[in-house]
Structures are given as structure tokens and as C-alpha cells.
Design a binder for this molecule. Structure first.
Ligand code: NDP
Length: 493
């Protein structure tokens, strides 16, 4: 629960700007106190063991399912997205929670390693321990699914968590903590602190043992810099400029349908959403025709009215407008919509063709319901252009025969072949990027290990007659070490 603070901020319904509720701005002292409380709860949560934690987390998952309608109604009010999209997001998050709860024990099992011939008298093991207290800073675009990718895995590994939701979705953050409190065996295992950017900064500097951040690359760099002052390790899930590669042998109808959904659902506010398409010139006209057919049937609107909602964050409207205008000024053609598609708080679907690679619509994350489609002469060209980005989060490939070959050459964290964003829904695979898209991983075994540290424990099973690590070492021992080293390591291959 958030501690009391005299200062507050308001959450809004992005469709009308109407105030939904007021939340406390957690100040620096209160952040530090929350982290201290989470630290005090840490030993009891760890002592519960994997089975005990699994029980609590599965109970929480059941409670979230029971309250799905109420929770997703709140997600819809705070983000403006359709309730059905909120339901999809929440369902996927519950899937991840269950997977993390069930697999933490196996993933964190002590591993036995070979000690090598020279150290044959030793047993060598690596144990995994939770890091302690994990700070989570979440975004507003998927206010349940995204932070739960860190929260579920951190809790399952045995950490306690202090969560700072986005100032646009504080209610959702509070509901997550409140529902957890209903099933928790003791207080302060999972604490939500509300506030603005400064509260997030305070969390970075609070001495948490690890900080998991999702949001913009710009803020990620500030977070990493803040955390560096206390040597706090970070996992950073930042933005993307995800490419879609469409080969000549692709199922064009399916590719176009999935690409438009990926680019425009959730008003384009998806870090792994399609932002640019490289389509083989031999099938480009067909792809564009199919994409137009799909996009012409969708429109933005309030929940219950539109296929997707408004820009959740009002300032995003200027970014989207800027990207469309820059692309058109540099010579792109708009085959659907254009500069006047931006009607705050909504943006109608925009499809741009032949977009210069140096325009912001191709270089920066747009986070709007727009898609750039460029023709390429070969898959090599598509791969080179995909990799030329400063981002490297996800990508999609549409091809009947070349999918895996192309995937191997992409410099990014996740690839979906003949599907879109599907990797986010598979709990057993890691999620994350390279370059400006961040580092570290959530989801899957890697996502559990991210919130642990390895402790190496080696034990002498019996003592060797030669004392290597002793001042009693003789010249004969030295000779033997060199002889053994030559024998054991002096081979090529
Ligand atoms: P930010 O990166 O600014 O915000 C993400 C989170 O960080 C929020 O909880 C925010 O709090 C918090 N925060 C802000 N400043 C600091 C700080 N100095 N130290 C610690 N935490 C801080 O994203 P925005 O909401 O401003 O969105 C900007 C852009 O980011 C979007 O246009 C989009 O391109 C990208 N984005 C990417 C997301 C993704 O999933 N990868 C998700 C959201 C945005 P508060 O909200 O209270 O300011």
C-alpha cells in the first residue's frame, strides 16, 4: 500500500481528460521507508520456499481471474483502450504469473559443474539466490502485462517487490498490490508506491537490489545513471522500431492482416508493434492492397466505440504528428490518412509508402497507429535495413521457406515467423532487446534468473597430497603443476 503523502496527482480518462482519482505522490523518505519494509519482509518470503510461494502466487492468479472484469474496466478507463484489449493483456499476464510460480524451483535448482582434472578432489556447485528487494518501474501502455513480466518473475524467485506504476495508470498499480495483499501471508512482500518521475528516480536511488524498468530509451538512460550511483543492477525494456519483413513467398493476406493489427491495435502503443515494413517488390502491390483493405475497416474511438482508443499520454500526439509530417516533407506518399489524421486525442490509421530511411518515422519510435511500407529488391536488403536501426527489440518475418534463415541474421532480441508479437505470449521464452531497446531479459527461465544471483560453492571432497595453495609448496610441486597444465591444456582442439 502507498504510504500517506500530503501531495497528490490525478489520473485521467484519456478520451475526455476527466479526472478519475487522486493518488499520493510518494516522497523520497517514503520511498526509502517502503524499500525498508520490503527488505524486512524478505526473509519470511524466502523462507516460505518454492512450494509456499507457488501457492500464494497461484492464489493471486485465481483472484486476478475472478476480478478480471473489474480490473480490466479500470485499465480501459486509465488508458482509453477497449475493454477486450485489456482482457487480452490481463489474461496473458496471468499466464506468465502461473508459469513463473510453477517453474522457479526448477530454474533455480543448484547446478553441479565439473571441477576439471586439476581440481578433481573438489565438488563444484552453483546455487541461485533471490537478489532481495526488486524495484519495478512500469509504463502505461500495457499497465498489467508489462510490469507483471518483472513482478511475477521477481516474486517467484523469492524477492520482495516495490512497484512504481506510470503516473497515467496508478490505479492499475494499486489494484495489483491490493489483490496481492488479499492472498499474501504477510504484509510488504509487494508494495505499490504511486507518484511522478521523481518517485521513480527515488526508487532507483533507494538501495533496491535490482531495478526493472520499462519505458522510453531516454528515461532508461536516466534510470541506469541513477542506479549506477549505488551499483544497483538494472534490466531495461525500452522502445523499438520493429520491422516486418515480407518475402516473395509469404502468405500476403495473413501478413497484411497481422501487420495492420500489430501496428494499430492499442493505438500503436506497443513496444513490439510493427512500425516499418520491408516487402519484396514482387509482392508489394498486393501487400499494400491487402493492408489498405484491413485498415479501412478500423477506426479509433472511446472504449466500446473504436477498434482502438486514444493516445494514452497526451504529449504522444505531437510525436506522432511530427513523424508523419517529417516523412511527408521528405517525400513519403500517404496511401491512407496523412497529416490531418491526428485528431487529438485520437489518431486515425495512417499508411505511408516509400518513406525515406532518414525520416523520424523510420528512425524513432512513433508509438502511434501508423505504418511505413517500403519496397526492397531482396531479402538481404530487408535484413540490412532492419538492422540499420538504433533499436533491436522484436521483428516479424513472413515467408513460407526463408523464415529461419532470415531470423538468424536479425540483430534483435525476438523474432516471430509467420505470426506477430507471439513471443510475448509464450511464457517459456525470454523477452527483451539489444542496442537502444535495452538489456537484460524478463519472461522464461532467463527472466527468473534475472532476479537472482549465482553463488558458487566448491567443497573439498578429499585432500590432495600436494598442497597447491600453501606456503609449504615445494619446487617439485611447481614442476608438477606445469607438467599437468601442459598435459591437460597443451592440445589444440
Ligand atoms: P517514460 O520512459 O518517461 O516513463 C516510464 C516510467 O518511468 C514511468 O513510470 C515514469 O513515471 C518513470 N520515470 C520517468 N522519469 C523517471 C526518472 N527520471 N527516473 C525513474 N523513473 C522515471 O515514458 P513516457 O511515459 O514518457 O513515454 C515516452 C515514450 O516512451 C513513448 O513515446 C514511447 O515511445 C516510449 N514507451 C515505451 C514503452 C515500452 O513498452 N517499451 C512504454 C511506454 C513508453 P511517470 O509516468 O510518473 O513519469
Amino acid at each position: 500500500m502507498t504510504t500517506l503523502s500530503s501531495a497528490t496527482f490525478a489520473s485521467h480518462y484519456p478520451v475526455t481528460g476527466e479526472v478519475l482519482a487522486e493518488y499520493p505522490i510518494t516522497d523520497r523518505d517514503q520511498v526509502i521507508a517502503a524499500v525498508a519494509r520490503a527488505r524486512a519482509a524478505s526473509a519470511a518470503w524466502q523462507n516460505l520456499g518454492f512450494a509456499g510461494r507457488r501457492k500464494v502466487l497461484l492464489k493471486w492468479s485465481n483472484l486476478l481471474i475472478t476480478k478480471l472484469d473489474e480490473i480490466t474496466e479500470l485499465v480501459s478507463r486509465e488508458t482509453g483502450k477497449p475493454v477486450s484489449d485489456a482482457k487480452l493483456e490481463a489474461s496473458l499476464a496471468v499466464g506468465h504469473l502461473g508459469w513463473a510460480a510453477r517453474h522457479a524451483e526448477g530454474v533455480m535448482r543448484t547446478s553441479h559443474r565439473s571441477p576439471g582434472a586439476l581440481m578433481a578432489n573438489m565438488s563444484a556447485t552453483v546455487e541461485r539466490s533471490p537478489v532481495g528487494v526488486v524495484g519495478v518501474i512500469g509504463p502505461w501502455n500495457y499497465p498489467i502485462f508489462t510490469p507483471m513480466g518483472s513482478i511475477s518473475y521477481a516474486l517467484a524467485a523469492g524477492n520482495t517487490v516495490v512497484f512504481k506504476p506510470s503516473e497515467y495508470t496508478p490505479g492499475v498499480g494499486m489494484v495489483l498490490a491490493q489483490t496481492f495483499a488479499e492472498v499474501a501471508p504477510l504484509a510488504d512482500i509487494f508494495i505499490c508506491i504511486t507518484g511522478l518521475g521523481a518517485t521513480g528516480k527515488d526508487l532507483c536511488e533507494s538501495g533496491v537490489d535490482k531495478l526493472a524498468f520499462t519505458g522510453s530509451t531516454r528515461t532508461a538512460k536516466l534510470v541506469a545513471a541513477s542506479c549506477a550511483t549505488t551499483m544497483t543492477p538494472v534490466v531495461l525494456e525500452c522502445g523499438g522500431k520493429d520491422p516486418v519483413i515480407v518475402a516473395a513467398d509469404a502468405d500476403i493476406k495473413r501478413a497484411a492482416d497481422a501487420t495492420i493489427w500489430s501496428a494499430m491495435s492499442n493505438a500503436g502503443q506497443t513496444c513490439i508493434g510493427a512500425e516499418r515494413v520491408y516487402v519484396h517488390e514482387s509482392v508489394a502491390d498486393k501487400f499494400i492492397e491487402e493492408a489498405l483493405k484491413v485498415a479501412r475497416k478500423i477506426h479509433p474511438g472511446a472504449p466500446g466505440v473504436g477498434n482502438y482508443g486514444p493516445a494514452t499520454m497526451p504529449s504522444q500526439i505531437n510525436v506522432i504528428q511530427g513523424h508523419i509530417d517529417d516523412a511527408l516533407a521528405k517525400g513519403a506518399k500517404a496511401v491512407m490518412g496523412g497529416s490531418d489524421s491526428v485528431k487529438a486525442p485520437f489518431v486515425e490509421p495512417v499508411i505511408l509508402l516509400d518513406v525515406p530511411e532518414n525520416s523520424t518515422a523510420m528512425t524513432d519510435e512513433t508509438f502511434g497507429p501508423t505504418i511505413a511500407i517500403n519496397r526492397v529488391k531482396s531479402m538481404d536488403e530487408a535484413i540490412a535495413l532492419s538492422n540499420a536501426s538504433k533499436y533491436g527489440l522484436g521483428s516479424s518475418i513472413w515467408s513460407k521457406r526463408q523464415g529461419k534463415k532470415i531470423a538468424r541474421q536479425l540483430h534483435c532480441g525476438m523474432v516471430a515467423i509467420n505470426s506477430t508479437i507471439s513471443f510475448a505470449a509464450i511464457a517459456s521464452v525470454p523477452f527483451g532487446g539489444v542496442k537502444d531497446s535495452g538489456y537484460g531479459r524478463i519472461h522464461g527461465p532467463e527472466g527468473i534468473l534475472e532476479f537472482t544471483y549465482p553463488r558458487t560453492v566448491v567443497r573439498a571432497r578429499f585432500q590432495l597430497p600436494i598442497a597447491f595453495t600453501s606456503f609449504k609448496r615445494t619446487k617439485g610441486n611447481d614442476k608438477l603443476i606445469v607438467t599437468l597444465t601442459r598435459m591437460l591444456n597443451g592440445r589444440l582442439g
